[in-house]
Design a protein around this ligand. Structure first.
Ligand SMILES: [Cu+2]
Length: 204
């Protein structure tokens, strides 16, 4: 009997470990374009850590300075990034409060630093996110910074969507294909149009 109990415990532990396993993903980033995808600017790797999601950019060809950086809802970068919809907001908070406030968009990331050569390599940490949360969404870089607030301008005051990457759902090694693929086919959130347009408003 004890043996059986041990076995059950071992199996349960294994299942638990598999389900909470830390993950990493690499997202290929491109400049946004009106039609199709723009020029490649490198990639961003995200890793689960005990402190949250560590986001490591390996990007080039961007305008120097600080840029708004977010997870957007739709796994699409088309139409100069507008196809990506609004900031990832599964709790429907409708608030842009940055990466450290749990009452706002889950997809609000720390701003991205681009050096004078146009390269971004400084890692940033998003404590509320896991790699799993990003799957089947997109990463977006905006021109200009992000003040992690909706004032004086909505959505951190970011400018146009200059670069984007679709976060692919990697093929799982085992059999559980169905749920993931069904999730990807879900229609885009209908809030997608408004935030994109509001966000573009501050740009000239
Ligand atoms: Cu954004």
């Amino acid at each position: 009997m004890k043996k059986l109990a041990n076995w059950v415990f071992a199996a349960a532990s294994l299942a638990f470990c598999l389900s909470v396993q830390a993950q990493n993903l690499t997202v290929q980033m491109h400049l946004t374009a009106k039609h199709g995808i723009g020029k490649s600017i490198g990639s961003v790797t995200v890793n689960d850590t005990p402190y949250g999601l560590l986001i490591i950019p390996n990007l080039h060809g961007l305008p120097p300075g600080l840029h708004g950086f977010h997870v957007h809802t739709n796994p699409s970068c088309g139409d100069i990034g507008k196809a990506a919809g609004g900031h990832l907001d599964p709790e429907d908070t409708d608030k842009h409060l940055g990466p450290y406030n749990s009452k706002g968009h889950l997809g609000d990331l720390p701003a991205l630093y681009v050096n004078s050569k146009g390269d971004a390599s400084l890692p940033i940490l998003a404590p509320r996110l896991k790699a799993e949360d990003l799957k089947a969404h997109s990463l977006m870089i905006h021109l200009h910074g992000d003040n992690y607030a909706d004032v004086p301008a909505k959505l951190g005051g970011g400018g146009p969507r200059i670069a984007c990457g679709v976060i692919e759902t990697p093929k799982p090694p085992t059999t559980e294909l169905t749920t993931k693929e069904t999730a990807m086919e879900k229609p885009a959130a209908d809030s997608s149009v408004t935030p994109a347009e509001v966000e573009e408003a501050p740009s000239k």
